[in-house]
Design a protein around this ligand. Structure first.
Ligand code: PLP
Length: 245
């Protein structure tokens, strides 16, 4: 079994986390924001529970889970509360009930039908699930999520569902944005987020704009992200075969 203290991997995770925190703080400073206005999520796909627990002991705020089966196999080994775990991956409707009582937010609501299914599962479980709407801000065929022009109408419908409390928006920006420094996708998300806040939807509390990954998180923070989701930047490069989201 992997012992995080036995080799350099533990030290690397600690160092990478320090560097990421420093970069988030600098991006906050550059944009006149308080450093504690951005939550740091560790994205755990393909990462063993002992390394996840190391990141938790180093104080990451949240864990992000992409895959239901992988999450269920690791969840009992995590040293954290359900309140620190969000689901961020594509969620098949028939898997919703497997996670409804094990996470404190579903960030990847990508259609009104999916929201209705989450709402009814939450009601059956006797809870109200905090959710974010995923926006396909780059209109990429390979990605799920609402089209930018459809998300505000959908938000009205979804906020009215009894088993959901709507908290904001999430996006995965096109990879080219991070490579080229093009912040237009994050600017568009910031505008959508402000518009959603202005809607003052009953029952909604629009406080979370989840955007920014290893390749683009500083740009996202400068555009108002309140939650960055970092995998490789904390844990090192993922295997390309198994590391696809
Ligand atoms: C994998 C993943 C991340 C993290 O990506 P990294 O490039 O490893 O930082 C963030 N969000 C989602 C939805 C992901 O699937």
């Amino acid at each position: 079994m992997f012992d995080p203290s036995a080799d350099g991997q533990a030290e690397q995770i600690v160092q990478r986390l320090q560097q990421i925190r420093a970069r988030i703080a600098r991006a906050c400073e550059e944009s006149g924001r308080a450093p504690d206005s951005v939550k740091l999520m560790a994205v755990t796909k393909t990462v063993s529970p002992d390394r996840v627990n190391l990141a938790l002991s180093e104080g990451v705020d949240l864990l992000g889970e992409n895959r239901v089966q992988e999450f269920l196999s690791k969840n009992s080994s995590y040293n954290c509360e359900k309140s620190q775990i969000h689901f961020i991956g594509h969620l098949q409707t028939n898997k919703i009930r497997d996670i409804i009582n094990k996470v404190s937010c579903i960030q990847s609501i990508d259609s009104v039908r999916r929201a209705e299914a989450v709402s009814s599962a939450a009601q059956k479980a006797g809870i109200v699930m905090p959710c974010l709407l995923e926006v396909n801000i780059g209109r990429e065929e390979s990605k799920s999520g609402f089209a930018p022009e459809g998300v505000l109408d959908a938000a009205g419908e979804i906020a009215a569902l009894p088993g959901i409390s709507l908290h904001g928006l999430m996006t995965v920006a096109p990879a080219v944005a991070g490579r080229t420094g093009d912040d237009s996708y994050f600017r568009d998300m910031q505008q959508l987020f402000l518009q959603l806040q202005k809607c003052s939807l009953p029952g909604a509390c629009i406080d979370t704009l989840s955007m920014g990954m290893t390749g683009d998180f500083e740009m996202a923070v400068r555009c108002g992200s309140t939650l960055v989701r970092i995998g490789q930047g904390i844990f090192g490069a993922r295997d390309v075969q198994t590391g696809l989201p």
